[in-house]
Design a protein around this ligand. Structure first.
Ligand code: NAD
Length: 419
C-alpha cells in the first residue's frame, strides 16, 4: 500500500477538488468560503473499561460539514489510523454525494481511533455506547443520522439506536441507518452500495459499447462494498479475477467463485493460500490487466506512483477517495475513465435515505421496490453527470462535482446568511 506521507492527505485532495471546481464554475467567493469550512467539529474522549479490568481512553470525533440541504448524514468509522483530516474529507464528500444523488441530506462523518479487531464483543458494545453518549448532543433524527462505515456494521448501529432510545425514553429507529431489519432497517441496505456500483458499471459499459457479460473485474478490498459488487457481477455473468483484503490478494485470470471466496474468508480471515490462485500484493493487484478496476478498500490507493501502470479500461470508485489528484490527471491523459466515488458509491446513502423515510412513515417497502428506486436514482445521476461531461468536455469527476456543488451553493444562496 502507498505510504500516507508520500501523498496528499485525503483532506488536501478534497479541498483542491472543491477549489478547482469553484473556480471553473465562477462560484461567488463568499459561498466558496462557506463550503471550505465546517459547521461543527466535535472531539470526544471515550473511556472504556476493558475485559481485563483496565480502563482505556479512546478519541472519537463527529464532523458536520454542511446542512444547507437537510440534516447531516454520514458513517462512523473505527480505525487505528483514523485522523480528523480524513474525517473532514469524508464529511465534505458526503455533502457532495447527497447533493448529487438528490437526497435531502448534508455531509457528516465520525469515528473512533481504535483497532476494533482486538476488541471482544462486550468491549465493542461499551465503546459504541460511550461514543454515542458523547456525541448525543449533536445527533438526532432531524439533526445528524450516523450509518456504518469501515469496521462498523448493523450490530453497532443497533447499539447506537438503543443507546439513543434509552436516553430519550422511547424507541427512535430513525436515529441511524444501516441497522438490522427487525429494528427498522431497510431491506436491501446491506448490499446497496455494491448494487449501486454494479448499476454504475452497467451504465459505463453501455457508454463504452462493451458487453457486460464476461468482463474481467479486479476488486481491491472484498469487504461490505467489494464483496457485494463481486456477488452481483457474478450473478450477471462477469468474471472477478482478483480480490484482496488488508492482508493481501489473490489472482486467477480464469475467474474466482464469489461463494468460495466468502466461505474461505469467513473460515480463515484472509485470502492467503486460497486454492488455484496466485498471491498478489494490494499494490500489484491494482496493476493487473482487466476491464474494470473497483478500488473498494481505503483512500489514496491509486497515486502518481502507480497510475501509469494501471491496465484497466475503466475505474469505478467503490471506496471513498481512492484516487489522488495527480493520479486522476495521469489517468485522464491516458484516457482511462474514472467514475468518481460521489457518483459510483452513492447507493449506500440513497438506501439510507429510503430507510430514514420508511422509519418516519413506520411503513416498510419490499426489497424489489427498494432496489428499483435505487436503480432509478443511480441511473438519473449517471445520465446527468455523463451529459454534463460530454457537453463541457470534462472528466466525470469534475462534472459530478460541478452538479453537486451547484445544488449546495444554490441552497445556501436562497436560504441566505443569518443574521
Ligand atoms: P469493510 O471494512 O467492510 O471492507 C474494507 C475491505 O478493505 C476489507 O476487505 C479490508 O480487509 C480491506 N482493507 C482494509 N484496509 C486495507 C488496505 N490498507 N489495503 C487493502 N485492503 C484493505 O469496509 P466497506 O464498508 O466495504 O468500505 C470500503 C470503502 O467503501 C471505504 O472507503 C468506505 O468509506 C467506502 N464506502 C462504504 C459504504 C458502505 O455502505 N459500506 C458506502 C460508501 C462508501
Amino acid at each position: 500500500m502507498p505510504e500516507k506521507t508520500m501523498i496528499h492527505s485525503a483532506w488536501q485532495t478534497a479541498l483542491t477538488q472543491l477549489d478547482s471546481v469553484s473556480k471553473l464554475m465562477m462560484l461567488p467567493e463568499d459561498i466558496h468560503q462557506i463550503l471550505r469550512s465546517f459547521d461543527r467539529i466535535l472531539t470526544v474522549s471515550v473511556p472504556v473499561r476493558m475485559d481485563d479490568g483496565f480502563l482505556r481512553v479512546f478519541t472519537g470525533f463527529r464532523v458536520q460539514h454542511n446542512a444547507s440541504r437537510g440534516p447531516y448524514k454520514g458513517g462512523v468509522r473505527y480505525h487505528s489510523e483514523l485522523t480528523l483530516d480524513d474525517l473532514k474529507a469524508l464529511a465534505m464528500e458526503m455533502t457532495w454525494k447527497c447533493s448529487l444523488a438528490g437526497v435531502p441530506f448534508g455531509g457528516a462523518k465520525g469515528g473512533i481511533v481504535c483497532n476494533p479487531k482486538t476488541f471482544s464483543k462486550n468491549e465493542l458494545e461499551r465503546l459504541t455506547r460511550r461514543y454515542t453518549y458523547a456525541i448525543m448532543p449533536i445527533i438526532g433524527i432531524e439533526k445528524d443520522i450516523p450509518a456504518p462505515d469501515v469496521n462498523t456494521n448493523e450490530q453497532i448501529m443497533a447499539w447506537i439506536m438503543d443507546m439513543y432510545s434509552v436516553k430519550n425514553g422511547y424507541c427512535t429507529p430513525g436515529i441511524v441507518t444501516g441497522k438490522p431489519v427487525n429494528v427498522g432497517g431497510s431491506l436491501g441496505r446491506t448490499d446497496a452500495t455494491g448494487l449501486g456500483i454494479v448499476f454504475t458499471i452497467t451504465n459505463a459499459m453501455k457508454q463504452k459499447k462493451m458487453n457486460l457479460k464476461g468482463i474481467k473485474v479486479v476488486i481491491q478490498g472484498y469487504g461490505n462494498v467489494g464483496s457485494a459488487v463481486g456477488k452481483f457481477l457474478s450473478e450477471m455473468g462477469c468474471k472477478t479475477i482478483a480480490v484482496s483484503s488488508s492482508r493481501g490478494g489473490i489472482y486467477n485470470p480464469k475467474g474466482l467463485s464469489h461463494d468460495a471466496l466468502i466461505k474461505y474468508y469467513t473460515k480463515n480471515g484472509s485470502f492467503e493460500h486460497f486454492p488455484h490462485a496466485e498471491s498478489v500484493t494490494n499494490a500489484s493487484l491494482l496493476e493487473l490487466p482487466c476491464d474494470v478496476l473497483v478500488p473498494a478498500a481505503m483512500e489514496n490507493q491509486i497515486t502518481k506512483e502507480n497510475a501509469d501502470k494501471i491496465k484497466a479500461k475503466i475505474i469505478v470508485e467503490g471506496a471513498n477517495g481512492p484516487t489522488t489528484i495527480e493520479a486522476d490527471q495521469i489517468l485522464s491523459g491516458r484516457k482511462i475513465p474514472v467514475i468518481p466515488d460521489i457518483l459510483a458509491n452513492a447507493g449506500g446513502v440513497i438506501v439510507s435515505y429510503f430507510e430514514w423515510v420508511q422509519d418516519a412513515q413506520c411503513y416498510f417497502w419490499c426489497e424489489n421496490e427498494v432496489n428499483a428506486r435505487l436503480k432509478n436514482l443511480m441511473n438519473r445521476s449517471y445520465e446527468e453527470v455523463y451529459a454534463l461531461s460530454r457537453e463541457k468536455k470534462l472528466n466525470m469527476r469534475t462534472a459530478a462535482m460541478m452538479i453537486a456543488v451547484k445544488k449546495v451553493a444554490d441552497a445556501i444562496s436562497v436560504r441566505g446568511i443569518y443574521p
